[in-house]
Every structure is written in structure tokens, then in C-alpha cells.
Design a protein around this ligand. Structure first.
Ligand code: GCU
Length: 718
């Protein structure tokens, strides 16, 4: 080892001992790092962690105990022994009234907590001080164990606890867009975790770490395969592999689900059609469901993408979405399964505005779905753009449970190398008011079921997880996995609070670290919006892989695949008129929302060009013309990317070397690509607007032809 490197290593090791940066972290541990707390905190925590007392056994209780043992050993720097009884002060007692006489004796009224809820309380048992982690269910105990560890990880006192929590949504799912060959659609974190070829015999220990990470934030289900699904996943060979994963995940409260290809009865069942009203087809699905449940008794159910982007569906047989969903729902109902039917549909020929199509197809079906069907709706009406208004279906289907689908992976937000913390974007959507039942009918209240009294509730996050050592493609993308899980647990949490929690666990509790990192995170999404698609612009990415700018693209087979279709820029102005004078898709919102979005004066500026076609010289509230404002925003985004880089550079002494270097390199890529986005977009728009750049703003570094000629055919995730 060269001398310089050796000295650096020694310095880092010394720092590691004093509680600041530890050497050689690669991000594998996620937010469950359990690094030893500072001595003063050790002293405070020690008396409240002398033993881990667990009575009764189950795989889930064992997982809870194991996590406490592991976490406390790391955090407190010593082994906290497991025991069957509390013999002195400071025991941590975990369990359910059924499994633990100690907990049963405490009369904690746990019934009120509901499924998965837990209570952590400082109590006295037989005159001895103790902390109980109690729940009516084993899984609640596991969630409580992670919560107690989180309290320590974030340096909260634990001597006078009274914390009770219940998840607000029933299904908190990851959707993996993983293919059977281990490629991941829109995945930027390596290959799929699921090593199908080696399953079911080889059970990679990483599957357990995946389950631990998910359980730590309350995720309780995983759809294992891509929505663009291959029917082979439903064959016996694969079902055995799926069952192996289900066995590993079960103790962590994670049920597996599968994406079902609608024409599977034809593809693997030898039937001539997949008509949902054909009795043979229905019988095939019932038998398939029975077969699955024999192998996986707690199988969650099916996710279906039908009649969308070329996927087969009931419309191929002259039936509608409700017919298709109900057939599958009937097959899984006897086993307690559900069907999540996606509303991300747009037909092959449909000439109307895509922003209205899902609404127009699904709203008339409200009331026609079986009780175990949930319609899964993306956050916005187009497709996971950097910023979208909320989807008009939210609030519009009072008789059909709707769950929200978010994209954790950053298909349209710079892949893994751009730092974009998505908490604020999701918070914005959840807080949006649908006015479905007067003011205060927020999207969060639609999906938590309180607005329409839904029988099922849920959220789905398109996973950003792969076999990269850091799981998510970048250190900061772990925050999006984390934030997604936390919001699925409680859609009312604040994005900032989640960012702070994650930062403390992932990077450290030093305020000199927490404050700048949270600041970076909170501004990062807006920065990306600014340098890619400011003021409500959308779908300007390059073709196919969506990597880099392509606002000029106008030659794709379908009009609505082309960026020019979405921005509609010409000599006079820019933007998609979705008001009554245009596509009128704004009319799908409740009147109070429609009138706001539909008004050029009252529409929020961030959605201006989403709903309006606006002349370049139109003056915005701040006094600038639209053209000048676009330049200001694009430039601001680039500046912000540069500012993040500077902030991060200054944190070098406080962050372990490997992770710091990785983030630094990625931020450098981001800054370059932000500039690319700005310059390419403005060079193109200027070719239409023919307006000058304001004096203090640099013109694009190259001419438009230069940007148009850039090709990146091997960009990942396609
Ligand atoms: C986007 C994405 C596709 C994906 C689709 C979907 O269009 O680019 O890769 O299949 O969404 O959500 O079904």
C-alpha cells in the first residue's frame, strides 16, 4: 500500500474510534448501520438495555430478537444478552400477550392498535424498570424492535417512552420490474436480486437482508416480477422458486405477489383464448390460484398491466377492465388474495390526450369491481414525470379502492447518478386536494381509505433495488426506498422529517452533517425539475431509455410518444393546452380544481405549461416573460447541482471515504448532465422562440446540432 494511502487509512481508523467517520463503508448496510454511539449516549442508553427478554417462539419474534441483538451490539458496543425473564432493571421485553405472560400481565390494551401496530413503553414490572415492545401480532413486535433501534440510531432518549403506532395503509408494496433473465426494466442498480437460475436451492443471504430492510420501514409485500410480465413465472418450475423467496420473507411480514400476464391461459395453458368470460379460462385461473396457494399459503395476489403499451388484456376479447379484474379476483378470493389492476392504460390508437385516458376508461367502471380488487393508479396522469399534478382518478372512484403507484427508481429523474430526493414530490401529491368531497379531500385521505371508506388501502413503489453493493445504484437513492416505505406506512409524514431520520441513520448525527445533507436533499428534486422540465413541461427525454434531453424528437410511431407532442412549442409559444380550448382533460378534475388549473391566472406556476399553451412574451407573476423565466429556471437548476457538489465536498472530513467519493463522483456527473439538459433544451427552444438570452445568462455551450447528434444507445434500464 502506498504510504499516503496507509496514512489516510490510519487517520480514518482513528476517526472511526472517536465516533466520526468509519473506514470502508460501501452502503450495503443501508440505514441499518448500527455504528457505535458516542460515549455520553452510551452512558444514557446502557441502563435501559441490560437484557432482551422474549418469551414464546415464532420465526418473526426470533427475527425481532435477532435484530435487537445485532443492533444493540453495534450501537452500544457490547452484547446485550437474551433472557426468558427480567431479573434486573433495564430489560427490553418483547412479545404479544399470547406469547408472553409478562406482556399479558401488563394490560396494555393492544387491541386498539390494529394490524401491525405496536407500543413501546417504559414500565415497571415487579418493581424493576423495563421497556416493553408489545403488539397484538408478532409482526408488530418486529416493527417495534426496529423503531426502538431507530430511536437510538437517531439519538432520542429511551428512558421514558410511550410510543404507539399503527400503519395507516394495509398494503405497503414494492413493485419489482424484474425480468426472469435478471434484467430490470428501468433499473439502475445492477441486476435483479432474484437469482432465478439458482433458486430454489441457493438461498442468497442477501434475500434476508432485503427483508430486514423492508421490515424496518414497514413494507409488507413485494411483487417480484415486471408488470410487462412473462407468463413463465406462473409455471411450476418458477412457482417453486417464488415459494422459496416467500419462505425467506415470511418471518419479516412480507408477502409475495406476482404480475400476471393476462393471456397466460394461452401462453402456458394451451387454451385458445383468454376471454375472461369464457368458463374454461376462468377455471384455468382458479386452478392456477389453487396451485399457487398450495405452495404459498399467504400469497398476496396478482398485479396486472392489461391493454396498455401492447400488453394483452380483456379488451382483446371484447371485454372491459372490470371483467378482467373480476375474473382474477374470483380465482384468488377463496384464499384471501387480492388483485391490483393498474390504471396506467393507453390504447394503441387512441388519439385523445393521454392525461385523460385512464380517467375516461376507469371512472365509468366505478362500482363494478369485486371487493378484492384494488385499482392501482400512478401519482400523475402521464407517467412518472419529474413533476406532475395529481392523477384525476383520485377522488373520482368512491366505490373502488384506489392505491397509489409511485416510481422509486428514477427513470425520468436522471437515473442513479442524479441526486433527487423524491420525498417532497410525493408529499406534494399526497397533500394535493382533490375537492372530491369538499375542501380537505386530499389524495392522502383517498388512499388511506378515510375519504370513501375503502375496504382495502395501499401504496406501491416501483423498486430501485438491484444487486449493486449499495442496493439502489447510489447512496442517496437509498433515501427514496426509505422515504417510500415510511410514506406507505403513514402518508402524512413530512418529507423533511423523513430525510432527517434517514440522514441520521445513514450518515451520522453530527448537526454539521445532518443540516447540510437534509438541505441538499430537500432542494434536490426541484433542481432536477428546473434543469429538465421546468414550469410544467414534461416528457422531453430522449427516446426509449429516457436518458438525457430530446425535446426535438418528432419522428416516433405514435404522436404521444414524441416530446414535441407534449411541449407543443412553436414560434409563438409553448405548452399543452388542456383547457376547454384544447384537450380539456382539465375537466376530469373536480370543479374547484379544474377551475384553478384551467385558469391562466390562477394555475400554480409549476403546472403552467402542463395545462396551458402560453406565448413566449406572457408575463409571469414575478414580472419576467415566460421565455426569460424558462432560462432563469433552467439555469437555477444547474446552479443548484453545482451548489450540492460544493456542499458535499465540504463534508469530506465527516464522511467515510468510499461513500463520500462515490457521491462526489455522481454529483460531478449530475452537474455536467444538468448543464447538458439546460443547454440542449434551451438551444432547441431558442430555435423556435427566436428570442435572445438575457444578458447575465450564458448561451448554450454548443449549437443545437451538437446536442441532437448525441446518442447513448447503451443507456441502462431499457
Ligand atoms: C413507463 C415505463 C415503462 C413501463 C410503464 C408502466 O412507460 O417507461 O418501462 O413499463 O411505464 O408503468 O407500465
Amino acid at each position: 500500500m502506498p504510504r499516503f494511502a496507509l496514512i489516510r487509512l490510519l487517520v480514518l481508523m482513528l476517526l472511526g474510534m472517536s465516533g466520526t467517520p468509519a473506514a470502508a463503508e460501501d452502503g450495503y448496510d443501508l440505514w441499518l448501520r448500527y455504528r457505535t454511539v458516542e460515549p455520553e449516549w452510551q452512558q444514557r442508553y446502557n441502563p435501559a438495555a441490560t437484557a432482551i427478554v422474549q418469551q414464546g417462539e415464532s420465526p418473526t419474534l426470533a427475527a425481532a430478537r435477532a435484530e435487537l441483538e445485532r443492533g444493540l451490539a453495534g450501537l452500544l458496543g457490547r452484547t446485550v444478552p437474551a433472557a426468558r425473564e427480567a431479573t434486573g432493571d433495564g430489560a427490553i421485553i418483547l412479545g404479544t400477550p399470547d406469547s408472553s405472560p409478562l406482556i399479558a400481565g401488563l394490560d396494555l390494551a393492544l387491541e386498539r392498535l390494529g394490524a401491525g401496530g405496536y407500543l413501546i413503553r417504559s414500565v415497571t414490572v415487579d418493581g424493576r424498570r423495563a421497556t416493553v415492545i408489545a403488539s397484538g401480532s408478532d409482526i408488530g413486535v418486529l416493527y417495534g424492535a426496529f423503531r426502538l433501534l431507530r430511536l437510538i440510531q437517531t439519538r432520542q432518549p429511551i428512558d421514558r417512552l410511550d410510543v404507539g403506532e399503527t400503519p395507516r395503509l394495509e398494503r405497503r408494496l414494492l413493485n419489482h420490474w424484474d425480468n426472469l433473465d435478471r434484467s430490470v426494466e428501468r433499473g439502475y442498480a445492477g441486476l435483479s436480486l432474484w437469482d432465478w437460475q439458482k433458486l430454489p436451492r441457493f438461498r442468497d443471504p442477501r434475500y434476508t437482508d432485503y427483508a430486514r430492510a423492508n421490515a424496518s420501514i414497514g413494507i409488507n409485500g413485494a411483487v417480484l416480477n415486471n408488470v410487462n410480465s412473462n407468463a413463465d413465472i406462473l409455471t411450476p418450475v418458477f412457482l417453486e422458486k417464488v415459494a422459496a423467496l416467500a419462505d425467506i420473507f415470511r418471518p419479516y411480514g412480507i408477502r409475495v405477489y406476482l404480475s400476471a400476464r393476462f393471456n397466460a391461459p394461452m401462453a402456458i395453458g394451451g387454451l385458445e383464448n383468454a376471454d375472461p368470460l369464457d368458463p374454461r379460462v376462468r377455471a384455468w385461473w382458479r386452478a392456477k390460484a389453487d396451485e399457487i396457494y398450495r405452495l404459498i399459503p399467504d400469497f398476496g395476489g396478482f398485479l396486472v398491466k392489461a391493454n396498455s403499451e401492447g400488453q394483452p388484456g380483456p379488451q382483446d376479447f371484447g371485454r372491459d377492465h372490470a371483467d378482467g379484474a373480476n375474473m382474477l379476483a374470483e380465482a384468488v378470493a377463496p384464499h384471501g388474495g387480492i388483485v391490483m389492476w393498474r390504471a396506467f392504460v393507453y390504447s394503441d390508437e387512441e388519439p385523445t390526450d393521454r392525461a385523460a385516458q385512464a380517467y375516461d376508461e376507469f371512472r365509468p367502471l366505478d362500482g363494478r369491481f369485486r371487493p378484492n380488487v384494488i385499482v392501482q393508479v400512478k401519482n400523475g396522469p402521464i407517467d412518472f414525470q419529474p413533476r406532475e399534478p395529481f392523477h384525476p382518478l383520485f377522488g373520482a372512484m368512491p366505490q373502488t379502492p384506489l392505491m397509489m403507484e409511485l416510481q422509486v427508481t428514477k427513470e425520468y429523474l436522471g437515473f442513479a447518478t442524479h441526486l433527487a430526493y423524491l420525498g417532497p414530490m410525493w408529499e406534494e401529491v399526497l397533500d394535493a386536494d382533490t375537492f372530491a368531497d369538499g375542501e380537505g379531500s386530499t389524495v392522502a385521505r383517498v388512499i388511506d381509505g378515510s375519504l370513501h371508506d375503502y375496504a382495502h388501502t395501499g401504496m406501491a413503489g416501483v423498486a430501485n433495488i438491484g444487486n449493486d453493493r449499495n442496493w439502489s445504484g447510489s447512496q442517496f437513492d437509498q433515501a427514496n426506498w426509505y422515504a417510500y416505505g415510511r410514506l406507505a406506512w403513514d402518508p402524512n409524514l413530512s418529507a423533511r422529517a423523513i430525510a432527517e431520520e434517514w440522514t441520521r441513520m445513514t450518515w451520522g448525527n453530527d448537526p454539521a452533517l445532518v443540516e447540510p445533507i437534509v438541505g441538499m436533499m430537500m432542494g434536490s428534486h426541484q433542481a432536477v425539475v428546473d434543469y429538465m422540465t421546468p414550469l410544467g413541461l414534461h416528457h422531453l427525454m430522449a427516446t426509449g431509455h429516457h436518458y438525457g434531453p430530446g425535446p426535438w424528437v418528432d419522428d416516433l410511431a405514435r404522436a404521444d410518444w414524441n416530446p414535441v407532442y407534449f411541449h407543443r412549442a412553436d414560434r409563438e409559444g409553448i405548452g399543452f393546452d388542456r383547457t376547454a380550448s384544447g384537450s380539456n382533460s382539465v375537466s376530469r378534475y373536480a370543479p374547484a380544481v379544474a377551475s384553478r388549473y384551467g385558469s391562466l391566472e390562477r394555475v400554480p406556476e409549476e403546472f403552467l405549461l402542463w395545462f396551458h399553451h402560453v406565448p413566449w412574451d406572457h408575463r409571469l407573476a414575478g414580472g419576467r416573460t415566460l421565455w426569460d423565466e424558462m432560462i432563469v429556471r433552467y439555469s437555477r437548476g444547474v446552479e443548484q447541482a453545482g451548489a450540492m457538489r460544493e456542499t458535499w465536498a465540504a463534508l469530506a472530513p465527516r464522511v467515510d471515504a468510499q461513500r463520500h467519493a462515490e457521491v462526489s463522483d455522481f454529483l460531478a456527473i449530475q452537474q455536467d448532465e444538468a448543464r447538458w439538459w439546460r443547454d440542449a433544451s434551451l438551444a432547441y427552444f431558442q430555435s423556435l422562440s427566436r428570442r435572445p438570452f438575457p444578458e447575465s445568462y450564458a448561451p448554450p455551450a454548443h449549437d443545437l446540432d451538437y446536442y441532437r447528434a448525441i446518442r447513448t444507445p447503451y443507456a441502462p434500464g431499457n
